[in-house]
Design a protein around this ligand. Structure first.
Ligand SMILES: Cc1ncc(COP(=O)(O)O)c(C=O)c1O
Length: 397
């Protein structure tokens, strides 16, 4: 992989004609060490957020040895990347029977999630009624504190959990309960409330529970979304976990995707045209900017010029490179008012659900990746990131 000192250096010396993904292994390593040292239990990396093998190896080297995989392709990817040292947990509640069988018989996966009696039956069929399974029942919980809801698709309702927990207890060597509060949870209360649902389910079913998995949802930092420090989330989870009616030896797990990967990547794009406050850039909705286009997510931006612009900051929207009207990102993205065609812009915090979403639609894609040493545009893991080139997010938790 190419290496460079900084985002600015990539823009000014390489002058790339296609978007370049920048990766910052040091930022991912810092996030992994933070979770390994401070989360009061075990942290599984949710591979879907960014399946880069380099990132997976970095996280593993910094203490994240367990992985939440959601498809058989993710199972194979982590198994190929790390061999059998990594522990894989297949946490998609609706899986293909063939995927379960391959995961169990070929890759040694023992941990699966489910939210229905049908899925329990499927897991038991696919594993030939195995007796060494860790089965996690997923509860439906509120997404009210999160920017992206995960409350509709998966999770057993409170009325259904009794039967499901009792049947799963019978089938499993270890019984877990898991949930997901939605992505980018902006308050620790999300976890406290969800743990109360767990308590109600345990009391109702009167089963012994061995694992509590509080899922993902841990936030990163974006313009207009500046969460409290992650320690507050960990404290709320620890308090809730300690008060649950579970055995002394019960384990606490979490499955962060975004929080472990957001700071890992950004993208350097070029402005191909300016029309008023609309900038036509060479990456977009079908590239790394899916969330900017489809849910109006605002990412931090910085103009990459040798000589810093003195012009006032103005709100811009972006058009991506495809011929599609939907390839539009409203922003506003705050950039110096004199930005023009030929300028390069760094769009930050794209390590989670950004770099991973790139397609080749309309012929616009880019494989270019450069490792850089400078800091990400913002961080939840250091007190202060040096202010870079008028990045629009610099306030830190
Ligand atoms: C089961 C499960 N765990 C973990 C995650 C990661 O969530 P986040 O990136 O919000 O931490 C997801 C995301 O969809 C998920 O579905």
């Amino acid at each position: 992989m190419h290496k460079h000192h900084s985002a600015l250096g990539v823009a000014t010396t390489l002058k790339p004609a296609a978007p370049v993904t920048l990766v910052r292994p040091q930022a991912a390593a810092r996030a992994a060490r933070f979770f390994s040292e401070k989360f009061p239990g075990r942290s599984l990396y949710a591979v879907k957020a960014n399946p880069s093998p380099d990132l997976i190896r970095t996280l593993f080297a910094c203490g994240v040895t367990h992985f939440d995989v959601a498809s058989i392709a993710e199972v194979r990817l982590v198994a190929e990347t790390l061999g059998n040292e990594a522990k894989l947990c297949f946490m998609h509640p609706v899986k293909a029977e063939e995927a379960i069988a391959e995961a169990y018989h070929i890759h040694g996966v023992r941990t699966f999630s489910l939210d229905s009696m049908d899925e329990l039956a499927k897991i038991m069929r696919a594993t030939n009624d195995a007796t060494d399974l860790e089965l996690c029942v997923r509860l439906r919980v509120s997404s009210e504190h999160s920017e992206l809801s995960l409350a509709s698709k998966f999770g057993a309702e409170l009325g259904e959990t009794r039967e499901l927990l009792m049947a799963t207890r019978q089938a499993a060597d270890a019984l877990g309960i898991c949930f997901h509060v939605g992505s980018q949870a902006m308050s620790p209360q999300a976890y406290s409330d969800a743990i109360e649902r767990v308590r109600a389910a345990i009391v109702d079913a009167a089963v012994t529970v061995d694992i509590i998995d509080v899922g993902g949802g841990f936030p990163s930092i974006y313009p207009g979304m500046e969460p409290v420090a992650l320690e507050n989330y960990f404290d709320a989870i620890h308090r809730g976990f300690e008060s649950l009616p579970i055995s002394y030896s019960a384990e606490l797990w979490c499955e962060p995707g975004r929080a472990l990967s957001a700071e890992y990547s950004s993208v350097v794009v070029r402005v191909e045209r300016r029309r008023g406050t609309e900038l036509y850039i060479n990456d977009g909705a079908y590239g790394a900017l899916f969330d900017a286009a489809h849910i109006g997510w605002r990412f931090p931006v910085a103009l990459l010029r040798e000589e810093e612009s003195e012009a006032e900051l103005t709100g811009f929207s972006f058009y991506g490179p495809t011929c599609d009207d939907m390839d539009h990102m409203v922003g506003p993205f705050m950039l110096p008012d004199d930005v023009q065609a030929g300028d390069y812009i760094e769009i930050g915090m794209l390590g989670a659900y950004g770099a991973a979403m790139r397609t080749g639609f309309n012929g616009f894609t880019s494989e270019a990746v450069v490792e850089v040493e400078d800091e990400p545009m913002a961080s939840l893991y250091v007190d202060a990131v040096p202010v870079r080139r008028r990045a629009t997010v610099i306030k830190l938790g």
